[in-house]
Design a binder for this molecule. Structure first.
Ligand code: UT7
Length: 321
């Protein structure tokens, strides 16, 4: 038995920051950001946290699925930006939504977070250890961005997306691949914020997101097409049979490059980073929810999801909607 996604939800904070707003604080322009990344604005949390955003997205997903919180066996949260180390975001979300019978745990896989929780959730269902799994990708990247660094602050945004995965006898198609390369971890890092003795390290640049943008760009253009080909081969499915390729929303040029390398038209690669920027583990589930609610997904369609990011981590999965 495998799981089928039976409901989705998402939530982003109300406040938006435009490219022109950013041009007032760093040496950049709306034209540069749009051309190099495809981002026009991002939503930024004021009062919201990973937990509050994740809980709102989860409630919408459960409502969409017609499933009560008490039916959830397991809550998996892909996040790297919770404002507390423990309790986990999953346990705090459990409390917020009243999923009293669920176990909860967080998964740290940066922008590959949602793909990772999807795979873990499927493994729990396949092994019979869970029937109903709530998958969440939630991030508050604005906390970890250096607002003086134009190389990173233009890219990221806050938000959350969720999906309910439930054991389903009719679900038949599923393949997944997941990879890591710790040796390349240096390309995208963020130290945990802490005090060392009496020293406040919050002004230390290493406590913010640090990125070698070009290296990460090259990595994504190499590894994402590889992972997509690998998962399709494993599933013995042709790319022609895939209705939608849902990629992590990091940069429109990465998506265009991946589509070109796979020789697939951009019309099958939906994108929304213009509105949200890169929301890390939340980007794929927010996109999935938008596709679901706008009626673009039809039962029986085959979908590919592919994530990539810090670790380095990357992977892909193919499944039937
Ligand atoms: O979720 C996964 C995480 N991250 C990613 O996926 C990011 C992957 N990388 C990227 O998206 C791109 O590398 C960036 C958008 C970060 C940068 O774009 P790029 O085309 O790779 O630019 P670059 O770093 O090669 O810089 C080109 C020029 C440089 O100036 P010089 O040296 O040519 O004079 C930069 O200093 O653009 C300059 N630059 C900027 N100019 C205006 C860098 N950032 C900005 C900026 N505004 N915000």
């Amino acid at each position: 038995m495998i799981g089928k996604i039976c409901g989705t939800g998402s939530y982003v904070p109300e406040k938006t920051v435009s490219n022109d707003d950013l041009a007032k604080i760093v040496d950049t322009s709306d034209e540069w950001i749009r051309e190099r990344t495809g981002v026009a604005r991002r939503h930024i949390a004021e009062q919201d946290t990973v937990v509050s955003m994740g809980a709102k997205a989860a409630e919408k997903a459960l409502e969409n699925a017609g499933i009560s919180p008490e039916e959830v066996d397991l809550i998996l949260v892909g996040t790297s930006t919770s404002n507390v180390i423990f309790p986990s975001a999953a346990c705090s979300i459990q409390k917020e939504i009243g999923a009293v019978h669920a176990a909860g745990l967080d998964v740290s896989a940066a922008c590959t977070g949602f793909l990772s929780v999807y795979q873990i959730g499927q493994a729990y269902i396949q092994s019979g250890m869970a029937k109903t799994v709530l998958l969440i990708g939630a991030e508050c990247l604005s906390r970890l961005v250096n607002w003086k660094d134009r190389g990173t602050c233009i890219l990221f945004g806050d938000g959350a997306g969720a999906a309910v995965l439930q054991a389903d006898e009719t679900a038949s198609c599923l393949q997944t691949v997941l990879h890591s390369d710790g040796a390349k971890g240096w390309t995208l890092t963020c130290d945990s914020r802490h005090k060392e003795g009496d020293k406040d390290l919050s002004q230390d640049p290493s406590t913010y997101i640090q990125m070698d943008g070009r290296e990460v760009f090259k990595f994504a253009l190499t590894k994402v097409p590889e992972a997509v080909r690998e998962v399709l081969e494993k599933a013995e499915i042709s790319a022609d049979d895939i209705s939608w390729f849902l990629l992590h929303q990091a940069n429109i040029r990465i998506i265009e490059g991946v589509a070109k390398r796979l020789r697939i038209g951009m019309e099958r690669f939906p994108s929304n980073m213009e509105e949200y920027g890169n929301t890390s583990a939340a980007s794929i589930p927010i996109l999935l929810d938008e596709m679901n609610r706008s009626g673009k997904l039809e039962r029986g369609q085959k979908l590919v999801m592919s994530g990539f990011g810090a670790g380095l981590t990357w992977g892909a999965c193919v499944f039937e909607w």
